[in-house]
Design a protein around this ligand. Structure first.
Ligand SMILES: CC(C)(COP(=O)(O)OP(=O)(O)OC[C@H]1O[C@@H](n2cnc3c(N)ncnc32)[C@H](O)[C@@H]1OP(=O)(O)O)[C@@H](O)C(=O)NCCC(=O)NCCS
Length: 143
C-alpha cells in the first residue's frame, strides 16, 4: 500500500467499519512507518483495489493490524490471500508468533483466522466501544 492508494483504501475502510473506521491520519501514520515496523498490502482485482491488510512487526512478535475486503469480493479468497502474505512477511522479519484481535460477533473473520491456524488465547471483555468482546488469537510461526 502506498499513499496513492489511500482514497480507495479509506473508502473501503469506511464502508466496512461504519462505526469504528480508522481516520485517514491513522492509516497515513501506519504507512509512514513502512518498511521499518509495518507492512501494508492491497489486493487488486481487474486493476481495482478490493482489499487491504496491515502487519506490525517488532523483534520476534507481529500483529495483524487490520484487514478488510470490499463486500462484493468477500468470500472469494482475497482475505485469505492477504493473510497468507502477512504471515509470510512476519516470518521473513523473524517473528515467531503473530497476534490479532477480532470481534466476538464476527464469525466470518474468526473462521478465516482459524483456517489459518490462529488459536484463541484470551478474551477482552467489552473491548469495543459498543460493548462487544474482543477475542485474542495467536498463531505460532516457528516450525
Ligand atoms: C474477514 C475478511 C477480511 C475475510 O476476507 P474474505 O476475502 O472474505 O476471506 P476469504 O474469501 O479468503 O474466506 C472467506 C470464506 O470464503 C471461502 N472462500 C475462500 N476462497 C474461496 C473461493 N475461491 N471461492 C469461494 N469461497 C471461497 C472460504 O472458505 C471462507 O469460508 P469460511 O468463512 O468458512 O472460512 C472479510 O470478510 C472482511 O473484510 N470482512 C469485513 C471486515 C472484517 O471483519 N475484518 C476483520 C476484522 S478483525
Amino acid at each position: 500500500m502506498t499513499e496513492a492508494d489511500l482514497p480507495t483504501v479509506m473508502a473501503i475502510e469506511r464502508a466496512t467499519f461504519p462505526f469504528d473506521a480508522w481516520s485517514e491520519g491513522m492509516m497515513r501514520g501506519e504507512l509512514g512507518d513502512q518498511p521499518r515496523t509495518r507492512h501494508y498490502v492491497v489486493a487488486v482485482v481487474d486493476d481495482v483495489i478490493v482489499g487491504y491488510a496491515g502487519l506490525a512487526a517488532a523483534a520476534d512478535q507481529a500483529d495483524v493490524q487490520t484487514i478488510a475486503v470490499l463486500e462484493s469480493h468477500q468470500g472469494t479468497g482475497v482475505g485469505g490471500a492477504m493473510l497468507a502474505e502477512l504471515l509470510a512477511e512476519a516470518r521473513r522479519r523473524g517473528a515467531r508468533e503473530i497476534f490479532l484481535e477480532v470481534r466476538s460477533d464476527n464469525p466470518r473473520a474468526r473462521g478465516v483466522y482459524e483456517r489459518f491456524g490462529f488459536e484463541e488465547i484470551g478474551l477482552r471483555r467489552r473491548y469495543y466501544d459498543d460493548g462487544t468482546d474482543a477475542i485474542m488469537m495467536r498463531r505460532k510461526l516457528d516450525g
